[in-house]
Design a protein around this ligand. Sequence first.
Ligand SMILES: [Zn+2]
Length: 443
Amino acid sequence: MGILCNQHTMTTGTNSNTNETTQQSAPPQDPPPQKPKAQDKQQQQPKQPELMVGDRCQVVWRDGTLKLAEIIERRERGKSKKRKLDNEQVKVEYYVHYVQFDRRLDEWKPLDQFKLETVDRSHRHVHSASAGLDSSMKPSTDSSAANTLEPTTSMRTTRSSNASSLAALEREHHEITKIKNIQSIVMGRWEVAAWYFSPFPQVYSCCDKLYVCEFCLKYMKYRRTLRLHGAECVLRTPPGKEIYRELDASDNSTIVSVFEVDGKQNPIYCQNLCLLAKLFLDHKTLYYDVDPFLFYIICQVDEEGAHIVGYFSKEKLSAEDYNLACILTFPQYQKSGYGKFIISLSYELSKREQKVGSPEKPLSDLGKISYRSYWTHILLNDVFGKHTNYKEPLTIADISKRTAIKTEDIISTLQSLGMIKFWKGQHVVHVQQNIVQRYLDQK
Ligand SMILES: [Zn+2]
């Protein structure tokens, strides 16, 4: 099992290569000192930035339309050796959050993408002008953290019922994670834009792009390091036992495999997976202590090996009957039915254990949609659609036993379908065949 890459080796090896992508993302250096000119006093005055943190302004979005965005942070790019040579202008960029859109769309935009005539400065006072992270909140700057993966205290969860401390945690979470540190990852043949902050060790956070081995999930700063790693990495499947296999009907070759990886036996693989997953999950709880969890890795299989598509994690022992802690389909494989497959797998495992289960809350927005869709499908298709001739009236407990879905999830789904009533102190299922039929017809 490899450990995370050696930072010092990689940095030394690429410093002389100006073509390396990562060269552009080196930490900004101070501009060269310039002699003051008496006749140019006005230019010596610090120039007021056109936009400040907290301002709102119309910005050109990726499709060319305008969207209202709030300035979260400002940075200067181009303070590099190259600039010293040709006196290139410093490029100012602003990190923006599109008002009323999910944070996954937040991004850096150059000044020329802003419609400055629309600036609204009335929100500025609520923000700190520096808007930097408090040093106590920053992820560790010690490169040894790459091996220990010690979490920042603030990223740990506490199961507190105190609303104010939860609100404080939420504010802290927002402050720490407000700016994406990694902009994209290269994984196999895909380059994928990151959605959210993830607490990679600080030495990796200065890279816009990370290169990830899709088999052992080791992450690297440079493409050529990944290339070298590819020649050495012996893994072609996740480091666990295969628990499910789907064969191609035409030639019996494996097309989908699921592997069970024990967090205790493979901590580095599972920690790397958690860090990668956080890039696409806003509120994922980061379990650096992966020992109590099993990770189920869903893979597409071809002649190269088993390519990770997504995963879910599960506590080995859950007092709350959680059968899933965290679920993710990587963006490049979304909208292909994998979300539903992963959820159904979690319930099949619960059935095997003769238990009912429920996902850990809170669910992400995409998680909510996936679960609501799955529960609706199971109720309307499997419970009411195929077996309508029950000898006895079905109770919610019966449905729960049959499907391994916890009763509270069944009730909330039936409520959303208008198929439940509260009568004489208990919930009564009111199956409306027209709703069932309409659902079955849509499929
Ligand atoms: Zn590898």
